[in-house]
Design a protein around this ligand. Structure first.
Ligand code: F6R
Length: 609
């Protein structure tokens, strides 16, 4: 939610900040703005809508500045317009600030500051912070002191970047519950909400932790705690390359990321084989130190959790619950030292997931996180981390993160099954072999689609639909949920995922000749049951699109359209079966002319509650 960028150095901050914002546009895209120090003045430019609008405006202006900050917004307080866009400035126009997060005590601060004569121009929660710094400056000997005093008074979540005429060579940053990364260059430094913003300049980064502030100058970075004491921070080298964060000839990031799945799955296996083969403990988590698992996650990651429940229960024999993190945090989960809580999060910054993790930890659970972003908050707060190696996922709709989460969690479940002896060595080896084959199965499927365009043509047939129903059973029921989520988030078509056997208890009433019913009907123990469900749909004139294997004749006879996928072990079939549904959603959204990578109302990283 919202992206922040800052630059100080020898080059033109205007271009570097705008370039960084474009790479963070997935975090929010309803307005954007930039503040630069030019000729001893703070110059602010803001524009409603996408960053492109701001870029066009700035292009006309021949300005050069060595220092600047920028912001791409996902509105929380105040509508998305030019006035509410960040940066915000103080009354004297000597301080400019950008913010990601929510200031929870902004109403009282605003009242207090208005009482002292501060004039507000926006409806945002953010604007109080810049006036608060201005106010604190009256009783401080340095700008840094005023900045510290101000951030100590804030409640809620924030990543802040501030520039000021009082100290025009420095960007001041602070963090609590919203991500902030500092990029280290030669004679230049960067700040951002996420690494891709400056990855073309440097891959050496410092991750700021909660309740830390930093001063960022062209020749150095200093980090402090809220008492103003200097602290040493570790420098992390990010292994991603810039090309991974670019489109590489694909029309959209989503399509590129779908096509990257064979590589991402293979990398996730090889990246984790080390501990899979070697460790008897996963960074402090021993395989028999817990007797149940709770999984917390949101959205697509939650769907991955629903599938992995089958892995933990059926293969490793461990009772497993799966919760939406946003629900878990407000119920009274029964957690103790014998509970392993697994958070699944691509970004590692999802506010609800982090809150669920913190709740579980406070009640004595051990935390494992499955995450794609090195150094993210989830990876720093968990006791142990299993990384997915999807590479940067830029498209808001998650695809390769999902299949790599399943890959990593299947490996973890196998590791547990072997250690706890719920599976024999031979079965573990057999499953591992099956897992190793998934990547080439997905590759075959994608290659076939390139040649035959079956999924694309099916999407062409259905892109004007108003509703869609997705059905699946057993380990593929969550695939129905995930397929429906993909369709609704990028094409805005109402879609529901349902367990096929549950259809007769309600949703069957929706079926008529206009509703496509997408059924996951691949080989497995419930295939016959799913075939009966297809018959029920057909009897009500529903139009069936089936995801099935090449030799499942009955399904091919019944369905109006079939999307063929290579046969995989039943537990691993979700990794293959989701791919046609991702492509189906992608093509429908593209046919409708929507902005596939940045769908309306959404943001990639949901760092507010
Ligand atoms: C859907 C999607 C979201 C995320 C969810 C959790 O395509 O991307 O539903 O899966 O916001 O995000 P992470 O995994 O970063 O915690």
């Amino acid at each position: 939610m919202c992206g922040i960028v800052g630059y100080v150095g020898k080059d033109n901050a205007k271009d570097i900040v705008v370039d960084g914002l474009k790479r963070l546009e997935y975090r929010g895209y309803d307005s954007a703005g930039i503040a630069l120090i030019v000729d001893e003045k703070i110059c602010v430019y803001k524009k409603q809508g996408k960053i492109r609008n701001l870029e066009i405006e700035l292009h006309k202006l021949p300005i050069f500045s060595n220092l600047g900050i920028g912001h791409t917004r996902w509105a929380t307080h105040g509508k998305p317009d030019d006035v509410n866009a960040h940066p915000h400035v103080d009354c004297a126009e000597k301080i400019a600030l950008v913010h990601n997060g929510i200031i929870e005590n902004y109403s009282e601060l605003r009242r207090e500051l208005q009482g002292k004569g501060h004039k507000f121009t926006s409806q945002t929660d953010t604007e109080v912070v810049v006036h608060l710094i201005e106010e604190e400056l009256k009783n401080s000997s340095t700008f840094f002191e005023a900045f510290l005093k101000a951030v100590r008074r804030l409640h809620g979540s924030y990543a802040l970047a501030v520039i000021t005429l009082y100290q025009p060579d420095t960007i001041f940053v602070a963090r609590k519950d919203s991500p902030l990364v500092i990029g280290l260059g030669e004679g230049e430094n960067f700040v951002a909400s996420d690494v891709p913003a400056f990855l073309s300049y440097t891959n050496r980064v410092i991750f700021l932790d909660d309740f830390e502030v930093a001063t960022v100058k062209s020749d150095g970075v200093s980090v402090f705690n809220y008492d103003g004491e200097r602290i040493e921070k570790r420098v992390t080298v990010i292994p991603w390359s810039l090309s991974q964060a670019e489109k590489a000839g694909y029309k959209h990031f989503m399509l590129k990321e779908i096509y990257e799945q064979p590589r991402a799955i293979a990398d996730t296996i090889s990246g984790n084989l080390n501990w899979f083969h070697g460790e008897t403990e996963l960074k402090g988590i021993s395989p028999d130190s817990f007797n149940r698992i709770q999984i917390v996650a949101c959205g697509t990651s939650y769907h991955a959790g629903l599938i992995t429940k089958f892995y933990f229960e059926n293969l490793a024999g461990i009772p497993t619950e799966v919760d939406y993190a946003s629900e878990y945090r407000y119920r009274e989960p029964i957690v103790d030292g014998k509970t392993l809580v697994i958070s699944i999060t691509q970004s590692g910054e999802t506010a609800d997931t982090l809150a669920a993790m913190r709740l579980a930890k406070s009640r004595g659970a051990k935390l494992l996180t499955v995450c794609n972003v090195i150094g993210s908050t989830a990876t720093r707060e968990a006791d142990a981390v299993v990384y997915t190696y999807a590479g940067p996922e830029i498209s808001v709709a998650s695809t390769k993160a999902f299949t790599t989460q399943l890959t990593a969690l299947f490996l973890f479940a196998l590791w547990l099954s072997r250690s706890r002896k719920t599976l024999s060595e031979e079965r573990v080896e057999r499953y591992l072999k099956e897992l190793l084959e998934v990547s080439s199965k997905v590759e075959t499927l994608l290659k076939l689609e390139k040649e035959k365009a079956t999924i694309k043509n099916t999407a062409l047939e259905f892109y004007r639909s108003k509703d869609a129903l997705y059905l699946g059973r057993n380990v593929n029921y969550p695939i129905a949920l995930e397929g429906a989520l993909k369709l609704k988030e990028i094409s805005y078509i109402h879609a529901e995922g349902y367990p096929a056997g549950e259809m007769k208890h309600g949703p069957i009433a929706l079926i008529d000749e206009n509703v496509p019913v997408i059924v996951v009907a691949t080989k497995g123990k419930v295939l016959d049951k799913v075939i009966s469900n297809i018959e029920e749909v057909k009897a009500r004139k529903g139009r069936v699109i089936a995801v099935t294997n090449p030799d499942v004749k009955k399904v091919k006879e019944l369905a109006e359209y079939t999307l063929e996928v290579p046969e995989a072990d039943e537990y691993l079939s979700p990794l293959v079966n989701i791919v046609p549904l991702q492509l189906f959603a992608y093509y429908i959204a593209d046919f409708l002319g929507y902005d596939v990578d940045q769908p309306r109302n959404l943001a990639k990283s949901v760092t507010v509650e």
